[in-house]
Design a protein around this ligand. Structure first.
Ligand SMILES: [Zn+2]
Length: 63
């Protein structure tokens, strides 16, 4: 992932918090800036089904 501070394309993953969205704590190798990123399921029919079944009510307006 590209560093949001200096646009370097090499960042190191320091920690991953796993769930249905993976959050990663990253550090830029070039400037040392730390930031978090989120990995999401790209929405398709299965993702809509999964979200509806597992998180009823949370995303009703978005789907
Ligand atoms: Zn950087």
């Amino acid at each position: 992932m590209i560093c949001p501070r200096c646009a370097n394309d090499k960042t190191k993953v320091l920690k991953t918090i796993k769930s249905d969205t993976n959050e990663r704590f990253r550090r830029c190798i070039k400037c040392g800036y730390t930031f978090m990123s989120i990995e999401l399921i790209k929405v398709d029919d299965w993702a809509k089904f999964y979200i509806k079944e597992t998180q009823k009510g949370l995303f009703d307006e978005a789907l």
